[in-house]
Design a binder for this molecule. Structure first.
Ligand code: PGA
Length: 258
């Protein structure tokens, strides 16, 4: 299975020009053929970033979408609009969307169904929403999986990328490394998600579903998260805004034997 690295630029950078510079530094700085790379800029920069990414293998993603196709939903962006912008991936249910915009798992479920209908790929965030890690770090994941998978056609469930993204682990560089999840933590999350998937779509299909990790990933810790019995990739926030470090992570992931 091809590993995937998703760059979540969040509400950065400041201008179209900065977004284009970042995208082109990444495009011309990488050689990879074996890792899938997805850049998710803010909506207003997507078109310009897509122009930069043309003739490269880097794909375009969005950070959110609304589930309705069109209509009176001021401020929202639809799935067909994203498709028309050349977007192929959509991050859904990021913990910041839940924390600041009160998105529920029921909302995320509707968005997943809409995105899958259009043949784009949803990267769906799961995990403990509290700001401070609890002793049971996997708290709530099974319930979240149950809600987000409701009415999702079974044959499409393994198209979803599941992102284990505990809210307490997010924030580029500000969380002490001994608090961050370790290899065992991410593996436990992966096994839990796989177990759920196996119960719905069978073991074989569950094992072909991509499960990745997000939260303070950097050049020093990425090896703790990606690998043979670990995750199939990473979702990167802060570090993805620094082209050199981001490229270094890509090179590290590319050299990890699976
Ligand atoms: P971070 O963001 O890498 O800055 O912690 C991760 C995320 O968006 O999930």
């Amino acid at each position: 299975m091809k590993k995937i690295i998703i760059a979540n630029w969040k509400m950065n950078p400041r201008s179209r020009q900065d977004a284009m510079n970042l995208a082109s530094a990444i495009k011309f700085g990488i050689e990879t053929r074996s890792v899938e790379i997805v850049l998710c800029p803010p909506f207003v920069f997507m078109e310009k970033v897509k122009q930069i990414l043309n003739q490269s293998e880097i794909l375009l993603g969005a950070q959110n979408v609304f589930h309705e196709i069109k209509g009176t939903f001021t401020g929202e962006i639809s799935v067909p609009m994203l498709k028309d912008s050349g977007c192929e991936y959509v991050i859904l249910g990021h913990s910041e969307r839940k924390r600041y915009f009160h998105e529920s798992f029921e909302d995320i479920n509707k968005k997943i169904i809409a995105v899958l209908k259009s043949d784009m790929i949803p990267a769906v965030c799961l995990g403990d929403d509290s700001i401070i890690a609890k002793s049971d770090k996997l708290d709530g994941i099974e319930e979240q999986l149950g809600i987000i998978s409701r009415n999702v056609p079974k044959e499409k469930l393994n198209k979803i990328i599941f992102v284990y993204e505990p809210a307490w682990a997010i924030s580029d560089g500000k969380i002490p490394s001994d608090i961050l999840p370790d290899s065992n933590d991410v593996l436990s999350a992966k096994l839990l998600i796989q177990k759920f998937l196996a119960s719905v779509i069978g073991k074989k299909k569950a094992s072909t579903t991509r499960i990745i990790y997000g939260g303070s990933v950097n050049t020093k810790n990425v090896k703790n998260y990606v690998g043979k019995n670990l995750m199939d990739g990473v979702l990167i926030g802060g570090t993805s805004l620094r082209a050199k470090e981001f490229i270094k992570i890509i090179n590290i992931v590319e050299n990890i034997k699976c």
